[in-house]
Design a protein around this ligand. Structure first.
Ligand code: DQQ
Length: 586
């Protein structure tokens, strides 16, 4: 059968989209299974997280238009209402007062018009002063071109903003002037510069150059493409889901793009920016810290910020299409991200669901200005139940200590490891700088070292035939030290056919000065979200221990050290986590 070129490109997009999730089938499989209805009573909950956000069934991907408006948090997301694989995408909508417990209301946007009949893809919300939210999203039109549309709530005084309308003047941005119609998507939250004009950027590519096309508008409805993109980088491929936001140089407080909602005082004067893009080629998000220059409408990364696939990542594990918003309630910036499954498509169909969101994270600029720091929003602590604590315990070479007294399948664990014998740390080869993930794979938790590997073994079976290791290893490099953090899923499940990777990232801390390093892991059945050194390096893994398929099997949590230098647990606190309430109210 012969398909028109644009449709072929679209199929190819789905094909690669699918392939990069790990070992997965082709678009044929999608076509067959994307509309296989899932009965709620048949949903398999064994691997389903209980305190991370996800709807009761079906497929979910990107976070869309998170916002805080009139006392309510809104979280919208790409959702297939008719199956457990990608397809039939609508914007599902959930509301909350605490970012922890959610009520799912009716979908906000779904294909109805020629400008979005083939898809309602990702986008963002902007709160228009005095008017309320406006959402820009990508529609796939009747000719399979990607266009940008706008929607508004039907009734801004409805606290849940349940119903949305699409003005007939859509689309508001079209793929003209040489824009590739199949690589033009995911508009960001708008911002107003001092000339009084709104801006937004849309992800795209020109050949292999990733780019964010800049648009300007007087009224948020009529948009004009700027002659120059806001930013582009050669050889990075398509940029999906761009996110540009300001960060204060000092402190944890967030700042809004649109300064009119945030008072400007002397501390606020130093503002930098973060530009994050989601790389379609590698399926991960990278960001740079830099400066958005209003006068030239350009984003310029700091000189020391690597601006390509080797750059900084919010999370060095499974984490894609992230999006942030400014939370006016607590004056913070909050980041959400989609965490895909790493089991097989056939597993997803059998489970009846796929996709999880991270715990929303507060994000701010690190004191040294080189990177951002992330930490789970404080509200998640409201789910902490039974607690266990350990202090001042020594972990000698080869030792393992069980954390008892909490259910190890849904746990929030925070530990501070005190290190010693740094001068005897393993030597670091500078060629390792380019690939921390490879280094983690090479020097796994089982490979004895000097200072490390030490950390946690989570979702572990008693005989350790299954476990996920989250750990650190310290190396000596010239007169300094290099700290590596890994989240190793290679032994997470006895099932050999699963995609089990050992993820890794370096941790930017002065371990010699501190002599200690902290680790927090949010363990929630098949997701392990870990925060090293108070959120300087984060890694999320998806794991499917066969252990969890047996309700009666005992799941363990251990602290361990396989380094020759003794490590001390100065403090370990673990809480059993209660279930978040996620109900449908459609
Ligand atoms: N997901 C959406 C696109 C976006 C991609 C489609 C990123 O808008 O580029 O579901 O995961």
């Amino acid at each position: 059968m012969e398909f028109p070129t644009q449709f072929r490109t679209l199929l190819l997009f789905f094909f690669f989209f699918d392939m990069r999730q790990g070992v997965r089938g082709s678009h044929e499989l999608f076509n067959e299974s994307r509309s296989v209805a899932v009965e709620l009573s048949k949903v398999d909950n064994r691997y389903k997280p209980v305190y991370h956000f996800r709807p009761p069934k079906n497929w979910m991907n990107d976070p869309n238009a998170p916002m805080y408006f009139n006392g309510i948090y809104h979280f919208l997301y790409q959702y297939n209402p008719r199956g457990a694989v990608w397809g039939n995408i609508v914007w599902a909508h959930a509301v909350s007062v605490d970012l922890v417990n959610w009520k799912i209301v009716e979908p906000a946007i779904y294909p109805t018009k020629s400008f979005d009949i083939n898809g309602c893809w990702s986008g963002s919300a902007t709160i228009l002063p005095g008017k309320g939210p406006a959402v820009l999203y990508t529609g796939v039109d009747s000719r399979n071109r990607q266009v940008q549309n706008i929607v508004f709530p039907m009734n801004v005084s409805d606290p849940y903003l349940r119903r949305w309308y699409k003005p007939d003047y859509n689309p508001v941005m079209r793929p003209v002037d040489g824009i590739n119609a199949t690589s033009f998507r995911d508009p960001t939250t708008g911002w107003k510069a001092s000339d009084g004009k709104w801006r937004t950027i849309v992800g795209s590519k020109v050949d292999r150059m990733g780019t964010v096309i800049l648009y300007r508008s007087d009224d948020f409805i009529h948009w004009k493409k700027a002659s120059r993109p806001l930013h582009s980088v050669m050889n990075t491929g398509m940029w999906e889901c761009p996110d540009l936001f300001p960060v204060l140089c000092r402190g944890k407080r967030g700042v809004d793009h649109n300064r009119h909602t945030t008072p400007v005082n002397h501390i606020d004067r130093c503002v930098k920016h973060v530009l994050k893009v989601s790389l379609d080629d590698t399926r991960y998000d990278y960001y740079t810290v830099g400066k958005y220059h209003e006068d030239s409408d350009e984003y310029v990364p700091n000189l020391n910020s690597i601006d390509n696939a080797n750059g900084l990542r919010y999370d060095y594990g499974s984490f894609y299409a992230s999006k942030s918003f400014y939370d006016d309630k607590k004056q913070r910036r909050i980041l959400w991200s989609w965490v895909n499954e790493t089991d097989l498509i056939s597993d997803d169909i059998a489970k009846g669901w796929a996709g999880v969101q991270t715990i929303p994270r507060s994000v701010w600029l690190a004191k040294n200005g080189r990177q951002v720091v992330q930490w789970p929003v404080e509200e998640i602590e409201s789910l902490r139940g039974k607690k266990t604590e350990m202090k001042g315990l020594k972990l000698k070479q080869g030792s393992r200590l069980e954390v008892k007294g909490v259910k190890a399948t849904q746990t929030d664990v925070e530990v501070v490891f005190k290190v010693s014998g740094l001068e005897r740390a393993e030597p670091f080869d500078p060629s390792w700088f380019s690939d921390p993930e490879k280094l983690c794979a090479h020097k796994g938790a089982e490979v004895p070292g000097k200072v490390g590997p030490f950390g946690l073994l989570v979702l572990a079976s008693g005989n350790l035939t299954e476990y996920t290791a989250v750990f650190f290893r310290v190396f000596k490099y010239r007169s300094k030290y290099v700290t590596l953090m890994c989240s190793d899923a290679t032994r997470s499940s006895l099932r050999s056919e699963l995609y089990k990777r050992s993820f890794g990232g370096f941790v930017d801390i002065d371990i010699k000065k501190r002599q200690q390093i902290s680790l927090r892991s949010l363990i929630d059945r098949s997701i392990v979200e870990s925060f090293g050194a108070k959120g300087r390096t984060c890694i999320t893994s998806r794991v499917y221990p066969t252990l969890l398929s047996d309700e009666k099997a005992k799941v363990h949590l251990f602290a361990f050290n396989h380094g020759s230098e003794t490590v001390k647990i100065s403090n370990l606190k673990a809480w059993e986590m209660r279930k978040a309430t996620i109900v449908e109210d459609v």
